[in-house]
Design a protein around this ligand. Structure first.
Ligand code: 2AM
Length: 178
C-alpha cells in the first residue's frame, strides 16, 4: 500500500488459502469444475472473499488499512467446506453447510467499519464460498463432497489486477487471528 504513484486499486478482504489447502481444494473440486462446463478459476486464485471493496482511490487506503488492523487478534476459526453448487449460471462455488459464526462476524465487522467511508459496499448477507468457475452453460444442483477442514489463523487485504490474461491477485497485508 506504499506506492504513491498508484491513484487507485481494486481491493478486497479475503481468507487466503495456503498452497497446501489450495491443492486440496483443487483435488476435491476438479471433477465438478470440468463437469460444469464453466470457465475454470486457476487454483492460484482460489480464495474466500470477506468483503469486496472495488476500485479504491489512494486517499482511502489508510482507512482501509485501519479497518483491517482494527480486527486483528479476533477469534481464529475452523472452516469446513462440504458442498459444490452453482449460483444460477453465474458461478460454481465450494460452500459450507456450517458457515462459522466467527467468519460471518469478521466480514460484518469489516463492512461496518468501512460503511461510512465507502459507498456501495456489498450489503448482501455474507456467505463464505470459494468460486471455482464462472459463466456456466446451465445451473447445477448442490453436490455433497468430502469435507475439507481448514483452521483459519489470519485474513488479508488483496489487490486484484485484471488484464487480458484474467485476474491476478496480490496479498498486500495480513492480520492474525488467535
Ligand atoms: P465471487 O468470487 O463470489 O465472484 C475479487 O474480485 C473477489 O471479489 C471475487 O472473489 C468476487 O467474488 C468478489 N467480487 C468481485 N466483484 C464483486 C462485486 N461487484 N460485488 C461483490 N463481490 C465482488
Amino acid at each position: 500500500m506504499s506506492s504513491p504513484q498508484r491513484d487507485s486499486r481494486r481491493l478486497f478482504f479475503a481468507l487466503w488459502p495456503s498452497d497446501e489447502f489450495r491443492a486440496q481444494i483443487e483435488a476435491i473440486a476438479l471433477p465438478a469444475i470440468r463437469a460444469s462446463g464453466g470457465r475454470a478459476i486457476p487454483p492460484r486464485n482460489f480464495h474466500v472473499t470477506l468483503l469486496f471493496l472495488g476500485e479504491i482511490p489512494a486517499e482511502k487506503f489508510p482507512a482501509i488499512q485501519q479497518a483491517g488492523a482494527s480486527l486483528a487478534g479476533g477469534p481464529a476459526f475452523q472452516l469446513q467446506l462440504d458442498g459444490i453448487e452453482s449460483w444460477g449460471r453465474r458461478v460454481l462455488c465450494l460452500t459450507s453447510s456450517t458457515p462459522p459464526a466467527a467468519a460471518i462476524d469478521l466480514a460484518d465487522r469489516l463492512r461496518a467499519s468501512l460503511r461510512s467511508q465507502l459507498k456501495q459496499l456489498d450489503e448482501r448477507p455474507y456467505s463464505p464460498h470459494i468460486t471455482l468457475a464462472r459463466d456456466l452453460p446451465r445451473a447445477r444442483p448442490i453436490q455433497k463432497v468430502e469435507t475439507l477442514f481448514q483452521k483459519v489463523n489470519d485474513y488479508a487485504l488483496v489487490e486484484s489486477v485484471r488484464d487480458a490474461g484474467g485476474s491476478h491477485y496480490s496479498v498486500l497485508e495480513r492480520w492474525p487471528l488467535q
